[in-house]
Design a protein around this ligand. Structure first.
Ligand code: NBG
Length: 836
């Protein structure tokens, strides 16, 4: 395929393959027609938002032809599907990536240019589909994109939240949450599918009737409230292969199948209740990352989308198959964390109560259809529903859970007679709680962690008893990311340079080919080109920061970046305390040897997470003091980027020199931002945690900056005690000073209380252990690593080589590799070719 060169508004050149059968004139005409039909406007009167819509509808037209062809091919081949069940899909924007995957990005950009339009401006009109919190939701989005690109059938199943992740504004240094009304202008890519509406039932009671004919009890769910689940399909376009899968997200609608006037008062109230139930069920995404909040509405959301998805999957299966015993040959439900675990009892319910199966045959099918992915070992993230709440909301489902538990405990007792500790750790129902992870493990045929270290910790510690009892279920699937979004779309300059250097664009679907760059690692010309691209990307980010933060940053400085959710275990606090340390040093010794550095943060904090929100305020307060101190002369800059999300992440990764991956070892299950930085040629400054371990293995220790305690050391302290942060505070004068500055008003205009809670968290916390995440313990080692970074950057050639080698060795971390492993070990899907 011929490549095309394109000038973008940043003066950059993009090169990707030309589209097959793309007709410019038809496209142009149709965009103008769309403007007319949708808005009664012409180009000169339409707003950029309206033009975006008109273009998006035209792109949808290209997609739908492929979508129809895909469905036809999948049906003809009687394909097996994976249903990727997830509370979160953090999709970001669709227009640019759809064009890229249709291979007509440049063509469309050219057409638009001929119309006097700028594709970048139009892309900026699209709100992010922010139906997720962080890594877990973004992983789901990368996975379904890779599945499409690799010709595999998938339904992403989730919730069509009316309000996705909140928009973050910073007022006076504090985070303020603003509702994200992402559907305000409609979503041009989605298609409503009312013909697939399902009914989901809550509450009520279970009546038992004797079925004389079949000589068994029948369980009848009565007195419930019901809602309609109405699906909307969003296309997930594969790269250059005509495949389009669906992300199917469910909306809740009240059931209005009766005439209110003909009902008495009691039924009127019932009707209003049903209406209200439907109204708030999909209102909002819970903004917690790695944290369980135990709210009834959350369990409603879980059962709502799971029940609708499972019902739909069974109906689809039954359209072409008569024997439900063979369901596992055509369907696999992948549970993205414990959130969709009610899939297990829901599938049992359908097979038992609606299909009339016996327990054993239903269980046989269910356990061959469900697989579970664990994403964390953080205790506060484990879902444990109070039995009374669970039973009240899902009475029939609860009965089934009880029976699953009863039968499982008999097995445990047989295998481990009189070992009560085994029952204590593995029971599904225990001390008044429904333990969702245990249910997922008991019923799933596969349990996987998301990076090698994480899976080992699950096997050796968190899930040790399960691993001992059922080792064959456990497997690792190290996470990955899609290079189509995080290189080809997010960093077009680097993308075309890679293609030129390695002589092929095949890396777009075969990322390990990017290793071809290694040949250039010592080539001064290539080094210079690579750093020039980085510089251009830093200019682009600097422009973004100027527009959004009104701050000037020096694009020649080191861009040292930590962007991810705000969480204590991720240790943004370690980062900012070290900035304070540097500040103190520079004040004492203004001539110290230091290469100017811009410390960039971006993070949303859960709305109810006090310490996290105070950390945001601290970062902004330090930024203020450091930026306004004439002694610093701009050599240290701190920037907090407001409203970090997928769309600005793409710009940030491309511009980063240093990737901060500094979680307390053992706490970050994998991380995926670390991979996006690496792909874009940023060097990791991190602990031996999560996927960092595998990143270092791929790129070599000499091309990363590693510091801090090992996961073993951390877990040993946690198990045995013996860590005393106040000793460090007493004996290390620099640390002593930094902590004192939190409460002497240095960063708070004299207010001694503003950061008291953070100060106390190190020495005398109001809850939890002192310095629970070992910030003071790792501080010196971190400071030393940052000094190495600063020195290394001053050797331009060495740095260029390191950075380039990071890009060159990122091949393992494509989500294409991860998906092939899921397919090989868990899903057993077949690739299906789609012809137009
Ligand atoms: C997160 C982990 C990350 C991991 C993503 C995706 C949860 C519960 N877990 O380390 O914290 O990269 O999942 O697997 O959000």
């Amino acid at each position: 395929m011929e490549g095309i060169l394109l000038e973008t508004n940043t003066g950059t050149v993009v090169k990707t393959p030309a589209a097959i059968g793309f007709d410019k004139e038809v496209f142009k005409k149709n965009v103008l027609d769309n403007l007319k039909v949708l808005f009664r406007k012409t180009l000169d009167t339409a707003s950029q938002q309206e033009i975006f819509q008109a273009v998006a509808f035209e792109v949808k037209d290209l997609i739908v032809d492929r979508w129809l062809a895909t469905q036809k091919a999948f049906k003809e081949q009687d394909a097996k599907y994976v249903y990727y069940l997830s509370m979160e899909f953090l999709m970001g924007r669709a227009l640019g990536n759809n064009l890229i995957n249709l291979c007509c990005y440049e063509d469309v950009a050219n057409v638009l240019e001929e119309l006097g339009l700028d594709i970048n401006v139009l892309e900026d009109q699209e709100p992010d589909a922010a139906l997720g919190n962080g890594g877990l939701g973004r992983l789901a989005a990368c996975f379904i994109e890779s599945l499409s690109t690799l010709n595999y059938p998938v339904y992403g199943c989730g919730i069509r939240y009316k309000y996705g992740m909140f928009k973050q504004e910073i007022h006076d240094g504090y985070q303020v949450e603003v509702p994200d009304n992402w559907l305000e202008n409609g979503n041009p890519f989605e298609i409503k599918r009312p013909e697939y509406t399902q009914t989901v039932k809550f509450g009520g009671y279970v009546r038992i009737e004797w079925d004389a004919q079949r000589q068994r009890n029948r369980f009848i769910h009565d007195g419930y409230q019901a809602v309609h689940a109405v699906p909307y399909d969003i296309p997930v376009v594969g790269y250059n292969n005509n495949v389009v899968n669906a992300l199917r997200i469910w909306d809740a609608q009240p059931i209005q199948e009766f005439n209110l006037a003909s009902f008495d008062k009691g039924d009127y109230l019932h009707a209003v209740e049903q209406e209200n139930l439907a109204k708030n069920i999909v209102d909002v995404l819970y903004p917690n990352d790695n944290h369980y909040s135990g709210k009834e509405l959350r369990l409603k959301q879980q059962y709502f989308f799971v029940s609708a998805s499972v019902q739909q999957a069974i109906k689809k299966y039954k359209e072409c198959h008569s024997d439900l015993h063979k369901l596992p040959e055509k369907v696999c439900f992948q549970l993205n964390d414990t959130h969709p675990t009610v899939t297990v009892p829901e599938l049992m319910r359908i097979l038992l109560d609606e299909e009339g199966m016996e327990w054993d045959e239903a269980w046989e099918i269910t356990t061959k259809c469900c697989a579970y992915t664990n994403h964390t070992i953080m205790a506060e993230a484990l879902e444990k529903w109070p039995v009374d709440l669970f039973m009240r909301l899902l009475p029939r489902i609860y009965q089934i859970v009880q029976e699953i538990n009863r039968r499982f405990l008999i097995e445990v007792e047989e295998r481990y007679p009189n070992q009560y500790n085994k029952i204590r750790s593995m029971a599904i129902l225990y001390e008044g709680q429904v333990r969702m992870a245990n249910m997922a493990i008991v019923a799933g045929f596969s349990v996987n962690g998301v990076a090698r270290l994480h899976t080992e910790i699950l096997k050796k510690r968190e899930l040790r008893d399960f691993y001992e009892m059922m080792p064959e279920k456990f497997n690792n699937k190290t996470n990955g990311i899609t290079q189509r979004r995080f290189l080809l779309h997010g960093n077009p300059l680097l993308a075309s340079w890679v293609t030129e250097k390695i002589g092929t664009d095949a890396w777009i679907t075969d990322l390990p080919l990017i290793r071809g760059l290694e040949a250039y690692a010592d080539d001064p010309k290539a080094q210079q080109e690579f750093m020039e691209i980085k510089y251009q990307n830093k200019l682009r980010l600097a422009k973004y920061i100027k527009e959004h933060n009104h701050i000037d940053v020096d694009p020649h400085s080191i861009f040292d970046v930590q962007v991810k959710r705000l969480h204590e275990y991720k240790r943004q606090l370690l980062n900012i305390l070290h900035v304070i340390y540097l500040y103190n040093q520079m004040k004492a010794n203004p001539e110290m040897d230091f290469y100017p550095t811009t410390f960039i943060f971006g993070a949303k904090a859960a709305a109810g997470y006090r310490r996290a929100k105070e950390t945001i305020k601290l970062i902004n307060s330090v930024a203020d003091v450091v930026d306004n101190d004439p002694d610093i002369r701009g050599r240290i800059k701190v920037v907090f980027i407001e409203n970090y999300r997928v769309s600005n992440a793409e710009i940030i990764f491309a511009a980063s020199d240093v990737s901060e991956q500094i979680s307390t070892a053992s706490k970050e299950a994998s991380g995926t931002g670390n991979m996006k930085f690496m792909l874009n040629g940023a060097v990791t400054l991190g602990t031996m945690d999560g996927a960092n371990v595998e990143i270092v293995e791929e790129v070599g220790e000499e091309n990363a900056f590693i510091f801090g305690m090992s996961s073993e050391e951390v877990m040993a302290y946690e198990a045995n005690g013996g860590y005393h942060p106040e000793g460090i505070y007493r004996n290390d004068p620099d640390i002593h000073r930094i902590l004192d500055q939190l409460v002497d008003g240095t960063f708070s205009h004299g207010d001694r209380e503003m950061f008291r809670e953070i100060y106390n968290s190190f020495l005398a916390p109001s809850y939890g252990r002192a310095d629970q995440y070992f910030i003071l313990k790792d501080f010196r080692s971190y400071a030393e690593a940052r000094e190495r970074v600063n020195k290394a950057y001053q050797d331009k050639a060495r740095w260029a080589k390191m950075a380039m080698l990071n890009t060159a060795n990122s091949g393992k971390f494509t989500s294409d590799r991860t998906i092939e492993e899921y397919v090989r070990d868990i899903w057993h899907l077949k690739k299906i070719a789609v012809e137009l």
